[in-house]
Design a protein around this ligand. Structure first.
Ligand code: PEP
Ligand code: MG
Length: 579
């Protein structure tokens, strides 16, 4: 059989070699018939039994998610349980059975599908993803009503690489990382829930791989190489032995890299930078510490607001921030970014009007400044938690001095409120902003006068500088943080902060890109914040070079005209670094 290669999008790092398991939920044929009026009571009874069974199953999934993934990811299934128990939906299903004389399965299908359709038609990627969740719950209910057991990824006997058209969050949550070596799916983007969960579980994964699920059969030999964004089917002996070596090398490297944990990120000529982790919830604390994070450069608090039915109140937020402050202790500062909702991150319970350009629309602090109570609640919770460790506050998507004035004024009012109530908090808490737009970068010298630090969000800075949507697969080749325009803006920001005696970090994914490390170092970046798994590799690189050399390299590279030249130069230099 001929070796074949398919490409996709990297969702989670690693290498996997193993047999394919095509994961396909058997599509249940929805009965398309009428029932007799005399059967209505029995059908409604079947619905009630099915609801009980589906609830029990979901409770089990929730429990597994708690054990495998932690509290935050498991919360998704609390949301699923809420939907399943929604009296309005159940009432609608019963009404259909009685009014239209259809079997319980068909009534469930129609009600859930109509609901999912409504969500799927919204002009908001996040809500469209929620349509999948609703279908996921509907399918479970229909199977339960029909008394059919669903195929599950929990308790796989053999090690497999899962291949599917799509995976639901409940599928990923059930994966046992000792049995599921990796997965590749036709659908999904790198920021989908499935991708985020794969990273948490440290399962290698590829998403958006076209129609790969129709090309592979269960039992086919596969190699999954997320770094090259490749799935190799029926690999020849040459590929197999190459990847076996790489997998072995990867494992050995992981062991070696763990030895760097206690060492500082210092160049051969004594220039030190800070290496921090990006986190989304308390369950990321362990991984961050295990990989030697010196703190947190970005805590994306918006995850706290997602997959639930209302905004988290002050107490709930306080508890979450406190656990994180204590987890990292005062020795490891945590930058708490105020919620960055909007753009591609919507909330089911919060009405963001449909927008032509959500990324250019009502998001992050723009929402907070229009609805300051949301921000006040979050700031109160952060300030109260600040006495349990070392927290810093960071505002996203700032574009003007005026916005900073308004934000600081609100912060000041919240502080005064706490003083009046004799609530303790870190009174010297530092405040920074993210630099995510070319506009902000160009006036960095003015913005820095008002804050303690900057953190460059290259994910957004790249999309806004180059006018390239970061989530659009069609123009992904144009999304290039090595573009000279992006690099010049980065330099401008770092220089402006240094001139003012302050510092700049970076929490966009460029900070965790090994190809960019020497350049960023040479540009004078003070703090690098990234997915915790990338930390040891970046540290090793930094420890292998001289700062003086990197400065020269950065000056040379900044003078180039093409992104590819920049990358070539950097690669050439990096390959000479002794690791
Ligand atoms: C960024 O824009 O680089 C960033 C870190 O923020 P997010 O990815 O959450 O938009
Ligand atoms: Mg951003």
């Amino acid at each position: 059989m001929l070796e074949q290669k398919y490409s996709g999008i990297k969702a989670s790092a690693g290498i996997a070699i193993g047999k394919a398991l095509i994961y396909q939920r058997k599509e249940f044929q929805i009965p398309d018939r009428q029932i007799a009026e005399g059967d209505v009571v029995a059908e409604v009874e079947r619905l009630s039994k099915g609801l009980k069974e589906a609830t029990a199953q979901l409770e089990q999934v929730h429990q597994q998610a708690l054990e495998n993934l932690g509290k935050d990811e498991a919360e998704i299934f609390e949301g699923h349980l809420e939907i399943l128990g929604d009296e309005d939906l159940i009432g609608e299903i019963r009404g259909k059975i009685r009014g239209e004389l259809v079997p319980a399965e068909k009534a469930c299908h129609d009600v859930y599908e109509a609901n999912a359709q409504e969500l799927a038609e919204l002009d908001n990627e996040y809500m469209r993803e929620r349509a999948n969740d609703v279908r996921d719950i509907g399918k479970r209910l229909i199977h339960a009503v029909a008394g059919i057991k669903m195929v599950s990824l929990a308790g796989q006997a053999e090690q497999v690489i899962v291949i599917a058209e799509d995976l639901m969050p409940s599928d990923t949550a059930q994966m046992d990382r000792n049995k599921v070596l990796g997965f590749a799916i036709d659908k999904g983007g790198p920021t989908s829930h499935v991708a985020i969960m794969a990273q948490s579980l440290e399962i290698p994964a590829i998403v958006g791989a076209g129609n790969i699920s129709s090309k592979i059969k269960t039992g086919d030999m596969l190699i999954l190489d997320p770094a090259s964004e490749l799935v190799i089917v029926n690999p020849g002996e040459k590929s197999l032995s190459y990847y076996r070596k790489r997998l072995e090398g990867y494992r050995q490297e992981q062991v070696k890299l763990s030895g760097l944990k206690e060492l500082s990120a210092e160049t051969t000529d004594g220039h030190q930078v800070e290496l921090c982790a990006n986190i989304g919830s308390e369950k990321d604390i362990e991984g961050a510490l295990r990989n030697g994070a010196e703190g947190v450069g970005l805590f994306r608090t918006e995850f706290l607001y997602m997959d639930r039915s209302a905004m988290p109140d002050e107490e709930e937020q306080f508890e979450a921030y406190k656990v994180i402050a204590e987890g990292f202790t005062a020795a490891r500062p945590v930058i708490v970014r105020t919620m960055d909702i909007g753009g591609d991150k919507g909330l089911s319970y919060f009405d963001i009007p449909q927008e032509e350009n959500p990324f250019l629309g009502w998001r992050a602090i723009r929402i907070c400044l229009d609805m300051p109570e949301i921000l006040r609640t979050q700031l109160r919770a952060i300030l109260r938690a600040s006495q349990f460790g070392k927290l810093r506050i960071m505002f996203p998507m700032v574009i003007s001095c005026r916005e900073i004035d308004q934000l600081i004024e609100i912060l000041q009012e919240v502080k005064e409120e706490l003083w009046e109530k004799h609530v303790e908090f870190d009174e010297s808490i530092e405040v920074g902003i993210m630099i995510e737009t070319p506009g902000a970068a160009l006036i960095a010298d003015k913005l820095i006068e008002k804050v303690d630090f900057f953190s460059i969000g290259t994910n957004d800075l790249t999309q806004y500088t180059l006018a390239v949507d970061r989530g659009n697969e069609k123009i992904a080749h144009l999304y290039q943080s090595f573009h000279p325009a992006v690099l010049r803006l980065i330099k401008l920001v770092i220089d402006a902060s240094h001139k003012a005696g302050k510092w700049t970090g970076m929490c966009g994914s460029f900070a965790g890109n090994e190809e960019a490390t020497l350049l960023l170092l040479g540009l004078g970046l003070d703090e690098f914040s990234m997915s915790a798994v990338n930390l040891p590799r970046i540290k090793r690189l930094i420890r292998g070079v001289s700062y003086a050399e990197c400065e020269k390299l950065a000056a040379r590279v900044l003078d180039l005209s093409y992104s590819y030249e920049v990358r070539e130069q950097l690669k050439k230099y990096s390959s000479k670094v002794e690791l």
